[in-house]
Every structure is written in C-alpha cells, then in structure tokens.
Design a protein around this ligand. Structure first.
Ligand SMILES: Cc1ncc(COP(=O)(O)O)c(C=O)c1O
Length: 400
C-alpha cells in the first residue's frame, strides 16, 4: 500500500470507529515531559484556562454579573454532567467542593443500627473510608473491609467475588469506586448493584478516578449516590466536583443550610421571606456559593470537551497507546491485571522481585516521567495527550 493510500485508509478507519487522535495540542504540557499521572491531577486544557481567566476578569466590574448568573452556568454544568453519566434528571446533580463533602451528605441520611454492616474495598481512598468508619463506630455497626487475594493470579475477579459474597441481609451500604484508585482494578458495579438491591442496601460510588474517562451510565447502574472530584478525569479546577444523588435522598437532610438551595432563591428581593421548602430534586445538597464565577465556567468548558471526546473513545485511545508497552513489561516480569478486570486509563504495574523502588523513582525523574507510587503498585494513568512512544519510554525506563 502506498503511503497516501495508507493515510487515507487510516483516516477512514478512525472516522468510522470514532477513534480519537492525539489531543496534546489542546493542552500546554511542555514537550519534554511525559505526564502519565492524570489520576494525580489532569493538566489544564487551554479552553479551561481561558474560561478561568475570563471568570477572573469579570469580577473587575461586577456590573457584568447579573442575578441570573448565579444560576445559569451551574445549570449548564448539571446538563453537561447529566449527559456524561446518562442521568435522566439534571436536578439530581449538584456542585460540591470535594468528595468528602459529597460523602458527608450521604452519611447524614444513612439509617444504620447496631449489628448491621457497611462494605468498602481494602485501601480505598480515605475520603470514601473515614465517613463509613466514623458512622460505623458511632452506630456500633460493622464496617467490612474487603481485601483482594494476596496471590496476583485472578486478583480482580476474585476481589469482586469476595465483595459480592460479603453482602448479606444486614448490609445497609456498599461504598466503592468504579475502579480502585491505586491500581485501576475494575469493580463490577452492575452485579454489585443487583446484589445490593436484593438486600435493600445503598450503593455509593466514588467516581473520581473513573468518570470522565470510563463510561458510567446512571440508568444502567442506578447508584444511590455518585460522587466525583473534578480535577482529575473531569479535567476541571481543584476544589470543585459533582455529585449525583438518587431518589432515596429526595427529601433528606443536607449538611448545611444555605440560602440558594431554598425555593425561589432566584428572587433576590424576597430572600428575607424565609422558605421552609428547598429547590427540587437533590439541589438541597449543593454547597454554599456554588455559583463560583471562576471555577464553574472552567468545569463547564472541561465537561463540554469530555462530552465531545466521549469516555468510550478515551478508553479505546488509552488501550491503543498502552498495549505495546504492557506486553513488553509483562515479558520482563512485571505484573499488570488483565484488561477485563482493569481500566485502560489507570492501571497498576507491579514490579518483579529485585527492583529497587527508590532507584527507579530517580530514573523516572531523570527521564521526566511522572507516574505515582501507590501501595505496592506504580500507578500509570495516561490520557488523550499521551502518545504510544511515551508509554514505550516508560516501559524502557521501568525495565532499566
Ligand atoms: C478515589 C478518590 N476519591 C477522592 C479523592 C479526593 O478526595 P477529596 O475531594 O475529599 O479531597 C481522590 C484524590 O486522589 C481520589 O483518588
């Protein structure tokens, strides 16, 4: 095949399969750095940076900020996020400042008593562990922490089976990620949902390390809550995230009482006529000052871009650029979970015996490669700005 025919063939293939091309030009990453650490935080899209700067400039003259602006962009953010997670009603979505805040609203509305239990995965991120640990100790309930097998063979599959087996008719809540934050192990949420439903337990998902890069469908999984930090796979600024609360939380107790969540708060002149009712759906759970005129437009720009890319295409892109490097690492004794039981955008690389982790850290730094060391795995988390050659370079440096 001539070069021209090959290029035409590839372009047509990419078009019919929606294959994403490399998106680095939309970011400001320096050419000589290999950033494989979106699970730590995403780099800023140029469009997101621009929205933030425009937001700052608007405050120069507050004349330009009208009362409807307190509501307009947050509504747009809700709509974009609803599209991303396939949620039928955007009023179930609220802006939160952190995952811990989103979880606190769940804690305030969970009914659990002595002798009942809640379930988490081992070494879960602290913001999705401490709330349940504290609630369990306050209510004299049990917190079951489900560990993976120590043997690596079949690790993800067996871990999921253990979680399913641990759910019983005393279980009131299961709190997980869609993927484990440290090594990308995939939790089989559809099956876990079925089991939680059978025993009447809530399913609470921390989507911080998955939503934005891995498809999540609220209509399919029907979580009771989905809580996401915004500065990783959602590509937003720090200190802003999103939470979806299902109908079990309608009519519940929010952790704070702010004016904007009360009915008719759009009518600024009448704010002194206090209202007992809240705004509809889950809006009572939204953080005070959620109209943040700098951060909200940034998150909105980020969500628009992610919806244009689509998470399934991001998975496909990450799989494509990583597959060669993963094969090479496996040939050299490194262990990576099989593709069925892990995500493509975040995965753990476990080292063969005899490799000095401290020396490896120095080698990675010398080669300008950013990854994270979490638990006993090296967490590699590529995204659409990375290239296959960067993954190959990582493999070379790890192999040494
Ligand atoms: C899975 C997960 N959840 C939550 C967070 C952040 O939590 P918070 O927003 O409470 O700081 C992180 C940060 O690394 C995370 O990896």
């Amino acid at each position: 095949m001539s070069l021209l025919a090959y290029v035409i063939h590839w372009a047509c293939h990419a078009k019919t399969t929606n294959m994403l091309s490399n998106q680095r030009s939309k970011f400001s990453l320096p050419a000589n750095s290999i950033y494989l650490n979106c699970a730590y935080m995403s780099p800023l899209l140029k469009s997101v940076e621009k929205a933030g700067i425009e937001g700052i400039k608007r405050k120069r003259n507050p004349f330009s900020i009208s009362t409807s602006d307190f509501f307009g962009d947050t509504e747009k953010v809700r709509a974009e996020f609803a599209k991303l997670i396939h949620a039928p009603d955007k009023k179930q979505i609220v802006i939160i400042p952190s995952v811990s805040y989103g979880m606190a609203n769940v804690v305030a509305n969970v009914r659990i008593s002595k002798g009942e239990n809640m379930i988490v995965a081992a070494e879960q991120f602290p913001s999705n562990y401490y709330p349940w640990q504290k609630l369990a100790s306050e209510k004299q309930a049990e917190l079951k922490v489900i560990s993976p097998p120590s043997d690596l063979a079949g690790r993800g599959k067996i871990w999921n089976e253990r979680i399913l087996q641990s759910i019983n008719n005393k279980t009131k809540l299961v709190a997980l990620g869609h993927v484990h934050w440290a090594d990308g192990t995939l939790f089989q949420l559809a099956e876990i949902r079925k089991r939680t439903r059978a025993v009447g337990a809530l399913l609470v998902i921390d989507g911080t390390q998955s939503v934005g890069a891995l498809p999540f469908d609220v209509e399919q999984i029907q979580p009771d809550a989905l809580i996401c930090g915004g500065y990783k796979w959602l590509m937003g600024p720090y200190s802003l995230g999103l939470a979806y609360y299902g109908s079990n939380f309608d009519g519940g107790k929010p952790i704070e009482e702010n004016w904007i969540n009360r009915l008719h708060s759009e009518n600024f002149a009448a704010l002194g006529n206090y209202k007992n009712e809240y705004q509809p759906g889950a809006l009572r759970y939204e953080v005070g000052e959620h109209s943040n005129f700098i951060l909200v437009p940034m998150l909105l720009a980020a969500l628009k871009q992610i919806n244009a890319w689509k998470p399934k295409n991001i998975q496909q892109y990450c799989s494509k650029i990583a597959s060669g490097a993963i094969a090479e690492l496996r040939e050299n004794g490194f262990w990576i979970e099989d593709e069925k039981n892990r995500a493509n955008h975040l995965f753990g690389v476990r080292l063969p015996e005899g490799i000095d982790r401290e020396k490896l850290k120095v080698r990675l730094q010398k080669n300008n490669i950013s990854v994270s060391f979490r638990g006993d795995a090296i967490r590699v988390s590529p995204n659409v700005y990375n290239k296959e050659s960067e993954m190959r370079k990582l493999a070379q440096v790890l192999i040494g």
